[in-house]
Design a protein around this ligand. Structure first.
Ligand code: AMP
Ligand code: ZN
Length: 114
C-alpha cells in the first residue's frame, strides 16, 4: 500500500534498523523502544489489522512467530523469556495499521499489561 509507513519501510523508502528478513517477513528495531529488546516483526503482505485477516493469511501470521523465535534466540533471550504483542484497533493502542508483532525482552514485563 503506497501510503502505509511499514510498506514503505519494507520497500526501503523509509530507513529502518533491520534485524531479520526472509521471503515473507521483515523485522526491525522499534524507533521508540519500551524494553532493552524491542523489535517489530511484520508480514511483507499489507494487512491492516487482525480484523482483516483471511484464512489464506494463516501461514503468513505463523511466520511472524517463527521469526520472533529466531530473533529471540539470536539475541539470547530464548531461555530468560520474552513477550510478543499484537495490538488490534485504537482501544488496544494500535497506531500503525499494518499488522506487526512486538517482540519485547530484557526487563521484567508486568502482567496484566496496561
Ligand atoms: P502499535 O502502537 O502497536 O501500532 O505499534 C507501532 C509501533 O511502531 C510503535 O511501537 C512505534 O514506536 C513504532 N514505529 C513507528 N514508526 C516507526 C519507524 N519509522 N521505525 C520503527 N518503528 C516505528
Ligand atoms: Zn502496509
Amino acid at each position: 500500500m503506497s501510503d502505509c509507513l511499514f510498506c514503505k519501510i519494507i520497500a526501503g523508502e523509509i530507513p529502518s534498523e533491520k534485524v531479520y528478513e526472509d521471503d515473507h517477513v521483515y523485522a526491525f528495531k522499534d524507533i521508540t523502544p519500551v524494553a532493552p529488546l524491542h523489535m517489530l516483526i511484520i508480514p511483507k503482505k499489507h494487512i491492516a489489522t487482525i480484523n482483516d485477516l483471511e484464512s489464506d493469511d494463516a501461514e503468513t501470521m505463523g511466520n511472524l512467530f517463527l521469526a520472533a523465535k529466531k530473533i529471540a534466540k539470536h539475541e539470547g533471550y530464548d531461555e530468560a523469556g520474552y513477550r510478543t504483542v499484537m495490538n488490534c484497533g485504537e482501544a488496544a493502542g494500535q497506531t500503525v495499521f499494518h499488522v506487526h508483532l512486538h517482540l519485547l525482552a530484557g526487563r521484567d514485563l508486568s502482567w496484566p499489561p496496561g
